[in-house]
Ligand binder design. Structure first.
Ligand code: DI6
Ligand code: FE
Length: 403
């Protein structure tokens, strides 16, 4: 006997290459925290009541895998609403960063915040994501920029995953910006980040390592030092690459077999080819593209042609993407990037899982994978990308437990 069986469901399994991996007149069974059956209801061996302790009729609702937001900076102190005003008065994101605002202003607020403060600030943001069916979220550090405060942020991220029914994957982003006390000496700061790596690993608080490779961030050479230190500790890497300029970040990430390269507006053909070769996922962040009023589109057609999997995420952060709606990212990916609604949904399920190294266990409705599910009051899965500011989630299931 299965624990629960959903019948009269329409499944967007995201398996295979058929549109949405759709199964009309489907059924899905859960045993413990795992999917035990996902397929046509007609293929069940017996009437539903004989197969599960609990049977629920979904009345034709669509079921998808629980959504995955594979790139966020959800834990931080303060906000940057004043910086938003400055940008509206004409200052650019880069100018504000160079003048000591930007990321560094969030660093000051994050250092001043206690763990409790950071938890209290992050909780409603995470709740907003979860209310739209997000069951897995990646959270980066990068607003501490010293060992103590980076670990504080990572601890808060882990704690959120223990407190709430959501899987949290954590990422150490010590190489996000130069802290004020580094006084412009980026080589010395990168050495410090390299020195933090064994303690970051030993803390058990980081699942991966990220860096910001950019003219206002770190050079490819500095990024490579961070990656070498990460890999020496057995930590997988990913990269903020080619967001505002082409420094060859995508190719650099691929050279280190990165899980993902993220942003990618300025990625070249060489970068695309290197990512395809390495199996590195392209994570696109349409909310940051929108909020910074970028005009250079990421090379979507190039990724498609090369077969690079494309994931989508919120980039939720106070400066470039104060976004807490993953559904809105589906819409923006379609409107700005001309991704199809199906590509967009794959981007926050199957490919999002792959970007976090979770492809074996998450991201599709497949037997043996985690029973992380979202059930929607919609008539067609394209509605998830079509609407703006409307949440059709009926309910979500996390690890077999209905939320
Ligand atoms: N790129 C981003 O989009 C965020 N970090 C990064 O490296 C922005 C972070 C911020 O502005 O606070
Ligand atoms: Fe980011």
């Amino acid at each position: 006997m299965w624990d629960r069986l959903y019948v009269n469901a329409r499944l967007a399994t995201l398996e295979g290459n058929a549109p949405y991996g759709a199964i009309e007149a489907g059924a899905l069974a859960i045993e413990g925290a795992t999917i035990a059956y996902a397929g046509p209801q007609a293929d069940l061996s017996e009437p539903p009541d004989g197969l599960a302790r609990q049977v629920e009729d979904l009345e034709g609702r669509w079921m998808t895998p629980g959504l995955i937001d594979c790139h966020t900076h959800l834990v931080y102190g303060g906000d940057r609403a004043r910086e938003f005003e400055l940008r509206l008065e004409g200052a650019s994101y880069e100018e504000i960063a160079r003048a000591g605002g930007g990321i560094v202003s969030t660093v000051a607020a994050t250092r001043a915040a206690s763990r409790e403060d950071l938890l209290a600030a992050a909780r409603p943001r995470l709740h907003a994501l979860m209310a739209e069916g997000v069951t897995t979220v990646e959270i980066k550090s990068g607003y501490g920029l010293d060992l103590e405060n980076e670990l504080k942020q990572l601890w808060v991220a882990r704690r959120l995953g223990e407190e709430l029914p959501v899987t949290v994957k954590t990422t150490f982003l010590g190489a996000h910006a130069l802290p004020p006390e580094a006084k412009g000496d980026s080589a010395a700061y990168i050495d410090a980040v390299v020195d933090m790596m064994p303690q970051v690993k030993a803390s058990g608080l980081a699942d991966a390592v990220d860096a910001f490779c950019e003219t206002i961030g770190f050079t490819p050479e500095e990024t490579a030092k961070v990656f070498i230190a990460a890999q020496a500790q057995g930590l997988p890497v990913k990269l903020h690459a080619d967001q505002l300029s082409d420094l060859g970040g995508a190719a650099l990430a691929a050279r280190f077999s990165a899980l993902s390269a993220d942003h990618l507006e300025y990625t070249s053909d060489e970068g695309i080819a290197a990512m395809a070769e390495a199996g590195t996922v392209a994570v696109l962040l349409p909310g940051a593209f929108y909020f910074l009023r970028e005009t250079k589109l990421p090379p979507i057609e190039g990724f498609r042609r090369a077969g690079v999997p494309i994931a989508l995420a919120t980039d939720s952060n106070p400066g470039s993407a104060p976004v807490t709606s993953l559904l809105l990212m589906l819409n923006m990916a379609a409107t700005f990037f001309r991704m199809t609604p199906e590509e967009a949904l794959r981007g926050v399920t199957r490919h999002g899982a792959r970007a976090l190294g979770m492809a074996e266990t998450h991201g599709t409705l497949s037997v043996g994978k985690a029973a992380d599910l979202a059930v929607w009051d919609i008539d067609h899965p394209a509605e998830l990308a079509y609407r703006i500011g409307f949440n059709p989630l009926a309910f979500a299931v996390k690890a077999g437990r209905r939320l």
